[in-house]
Design a protein around this ligand. Structure first.
Ligand code: DAH
Length: 342
């Protein structure tokens, strides 16, 4: 029996050495040490031995088992590290290759300027509201004191979607919606896209952007309008910029003004950008017309207000010295990426 045990040990050790993967290794484990394995089979015959022989053979059997278990685990580690090395050799990874740079997105210049503008007005207590781009004739014109036959309709070439449905030509439409839904004191701005049937050129686009502003309260005067808009212009263009209020006409305000700032390109001397005038027009404004207040259920004998409409595209092109408004709408990444952090 001793010889048998010794044989099994030699065979098993040899088999282990030539074994090449963990599957084979498992098969060997079962073959020698398993319940029906060869070693177990011999141990089962121990009962036939004499009481003197039994402990001696038992000890040998245990030694053989231990030796096999040890050899198995050594071989297993060997096979595992072999497999790992092979895998590493196959999957070569060149850590010196340059990485792929991930491109970060950024804000569109219009949005950079809009965020600054919203900061300025929010710090003066204005709320930011939204309004629909598809408007009814009523909100876009009628309620703004522009009846159907009014010549002022010719000031704006409107895209009609139906008899009474238009793409809004001005964010002023939002004023009416706000006054219908809120009670004074009101202080809001409404930024958004507006649409006019204009030919595209360096200074015109059928889609552009306005920021509407509206303040309604008791005792609001032209002084409030001037103070507020001057403050805004100085924060956007710098304190050295001069601001001028020119009389103008809008059907929904009386009196009405247009606001110019000194040209940031030439500092007011006159250049190509300001067409030699030294001034750039940035917004229209005025004291809200009593008809408009009345139409929204606000008593013009008790309340007064001022409103303004800022041309966001103009603000952006002058701030960044962009010579052609079309650049704002073409989404050329080489153009867009110049404005991050400016
Ligand atoms: N809606 C005018 C335009 O598109 C701009 C404007 C002028 C808005 C005067 C106003 C305002 O709120 O009071 O040209």
């Amino acid at each position: 029996m001793r010889n048998q045990l010794e044989n099994i040990k030699q065979q098993a050790l040899a088999a282990l050495q030539s074994c090449q993967d963990s599957k084979e290794l498992d098969a060997l484990r079962v073959k020698y040490l398993g319940k029906k394995g060869e070693l177990t089979a011999i141990l089962k015959q121990m009962g036939k031995l004499s009481p003197e022989e039994r402990p001696i053979v038992g000890q040998v059997a245990n030694e053989v088992r231990q030796a096999l278990e040890e050899a198995l685990s050594v071989r297993q580690t060997e096979l595992q590290s072999q497999a790992l090395e092979q895998q590493l050799a196959e999957e070569t990874l060149d850590v010196t290759l340059p990485g792929k740079a991930s491109t970060a997105g950024g804000l569109h210049p219009l949005n950079i300027v809009l965020e600054d503008l919203m900061d300025i007005f929010q710090s003066m207590g204005f709320d930011v509201v939204d309004g629909p781009e598809v408007e009814t004739d009523y909100y876009c014109f009628e309620a703004l004191n522009v009846p159907k036959d009014h010549p002022a309709r010719d000031m704006q070439d409107t895209f009609y979607l139906g008899e009474n449905l238009v793409l809004r030509t001005q964010t002023s439409a939002a004023q009416i919606r706000v006054m219908e839904n809120r009670k004074p004191p009101i202080r809001i701005i409404c930024p958004g896209r507006v649409f006019r049937a204009d030919e595209v050129d360096a200074t015109h686009s059928p889609v552009f952007h306005q920021v509407e502003g509206l303040v309604v309260d008791k005792g609001i005067t032209m002084c409030d309008l001037k103070g507020c808009l001057e403050q805004f212009a100085h924060e956007i263009y710098g304190p050295e910029t001069q601001v001028r209020f020119r009389p103008s006409f809008f059907p929904f305000t009386e009196p009405s003004v247009e606001v110019d700032v000194t040209c940031s390109e030439c500092g007011g001397k006159g250049c190509r950008v300001c067409k030699g005038t030294g001034w750039i027009e940035i917004l229209g404004a005025g004291m809200v017309h009593p008809n408009v207040l009345r139409g929204c259920g606000i008593d013009p004998d008790v309340y007064s207000g001022f409103a303004f409409g800022i041309g966001l595209d103009r603000l952006t092109t002058t701030r960044y010295k962009i010579s052609d408004i079309r650049l704002l709408f073409e989404n050329d990444q080489r153009f867009l990426e110049q404005f991050q952090g400016r």
